[in-house]
Design a binder for this molecule. Structure first.
Ligand SMILES: Cc1cc2nc3c(=O)[nH]c(=O)nc-3n(C[C@H](O)[C@H](O)[C@H](O)COP(=O)(O)OP(=O)(O)OC[C@H]3O[C@@H](n4cnc5c(N)ncnc54)[C@H](O)[C@@H]3O)c2cc1C
Length: 397
């Protein structure tokens, strides 16, 4: 069988892999992107992934660069304010809140929130239009042999490909990471996140609210109105046994429990379209690079869904890869070192920030819950500290 040659092979056509593939194709590299999921038209329930993703402005700018943004804008809800609340008192109610307003640092908005089902399908449709991008849905990487001058990849249909650079975007259980023998550290919190969308009588006004109480944060993120109803995407983080109890409730009982946990800030919540639970973990690969290979997104780092950091960190990986490719030869040792150096510190800082917030939310002891409240009050009162936190959270340095 002949060996196909390409500049870049992207393993994984999730949101991060597709974005990397489009960004490199846009600047003229030949790219093959493979993913074992079936093509969009062959999938059953188009709204099966109930998650949504809050994209911060640096990520939105990357989507604009590949002309993807106009296609996604109709599905997007604006995020103007991120509100952090402490509801960890003895009574169920908000004890302290601090608003991070994009206007405080001269931005109209932090970003936009998009349901995952709309995101992935739109991205796949758009990726098919790039001349130098060969998208192979329904195909997986089976093996790889990476040498200093190129990487040889075999797909599950027997196709053999030689690439100057392999981008491993094949998720938290990355096969490429395993082939390269790169260990990863995993932290389990005994938590799960219940993901669902809900209708509510009060408008969200572009405010994303994180309510911290024992068990984990309860986060409401704006969705666009539909059929005249106000809607939000919700991630409810809780300890495993509590999640099992909540998942066993019928929709009406679950909606009532969610309304209570939300401190009723948007009025009674009515869950729509089902719910799913996701395990909450942190994971970090011990190296971001191997011969001719760069690890990005969840293949490199997984973090709890707090502060919209997960995929936005992944987009920052892609930006750093493009910059490193511009300064060095594609896939060269210098390029890969450059990439690893540019990303390691930022990834670690973001992971630590999310970890601290999650541990603070998990804590059961009342004195520690009161300490969390004091921390919020301090942040609310000190504008420079708050502005620094906003800029850091948005990935603006
Ligand atoms: C509840 C929840 C809410 C979240 N909310 C946000 C948010 O608001 N903002 C945010 O920034 N992040 C958020 N995240 C994180 C975000 O969803 C993840 O970072 C993102 O989905 C991971 O993208 P990925 O492309 O790395 O991985 P995946 O989406 O897992 O994609 C990996 C792909 O690799 C493919 N693959 C696997 N094996 C192979 C192989 N051998 N060959 C080829 N392909 C392969 C898989 O089929 C898959 O399509 C959230 C996460 C959760 C759990």
């Amino acid at each position: 069988m002949t060996v196909e040659k390409t500049d870049i092979l992207v393993a994984g056509g999730g949101v991060a892999g597709l974005m990397a593939a489009m960004s490199f194709a846009q600047i003229g590299y030949s790219v093959i992107c493979v993913d074992p999921s079936p093509p969009v038209s062959d999938r059953g329930d188009e709204r099966a992934d109930l998650r949504s993703t809050a994209f911060l402005m640096p990520a939105v700018e990357m989507m604009q660069e590949v002309a993807l943004w106009p296609l996604l804008a109709p599905h997007a809800a604006e995020l103007r304010v991120m509100r952090l609340c402490d509801s960890g008192g003895v009574e169920n109610g908000i004890r302290e809140q601090v608003d991070f307003d994009a206007a405080e640092i001269g931005y109209e908005r932090f970003g936009w929130n998009i349901p995952n089902w709309a995101l992935r399908d739109t991205m796949i449709g758009h990726a098919e239009r790039f001349e130098t991008l060969d998208l192979r849905m329904g195909r997986a990487v089976k093996s790889m042999l990476a040498r200093t001058n190129a990487a040889r990849i075999t797909l599950d249909d027997g196709a053999r490909i030689e690439a100057k650079l392999v981008i491993a975007a094949d998720g938290r259980n990355s096969l490429i990471r395993e082939i390269l023998d790169i260990p990863s550290r995993t932290t389990r919190y005994g938590q799960k996140g219940i993901v669902f969308a809900a209708r509510h009588p009060e408008p969200h006004d572009g405010i994303s609210t994180e309510l911290h109480r024992t068990g984990g944060p309860f986060t409401l993120v704006p969705l666009p109105d539909e059929g005249g109803a106000h809607r939000s995407a919700i991630v409810w983080m809780e300890t495993g046994p509590n999640v099992a109890d909540l998942m066993a409730l019928d929709d009406d009982a679950f909606s009532a429990a969610a309304t209570q946990r939300s401190c009723n800030i948007l009025g009674p919540l009515q869950v729509e379209g089902g719910r799913r639970s996701w395990p909450i973990i942190s994971q970090q690969a011990e190296s971001l690079i191997g011969a001719r290979t760069a690890l990005i997104a969840e293949a490199a780092h997984v973090m709890p869904p707090i502060g919209a950091q997960g995929l936005n960190t992944s987009f920052a990986d892609i930006r750093a890869l493009i910059d490193a490719a511009g300064r060095n030869g594609i896939g060269s040792e210098q390029m890969l070192d450059d990439y690893a150096q540019a990303r390691q510190r930022d990834i670690t800082l973001r992971e630590r920030g999310v970890e601290v917030l999650n541990r603070a939310a998990l804590t059961d002891a009342q004195p520690l819950r009161d300490l969390r409240r004091s921390g919020l009050r301090l942040l609310g009162g000190l504008a420079p500290l708050r502005h620094a936190a906003i800029r850091r959270g948005m990935g603006l340095g």
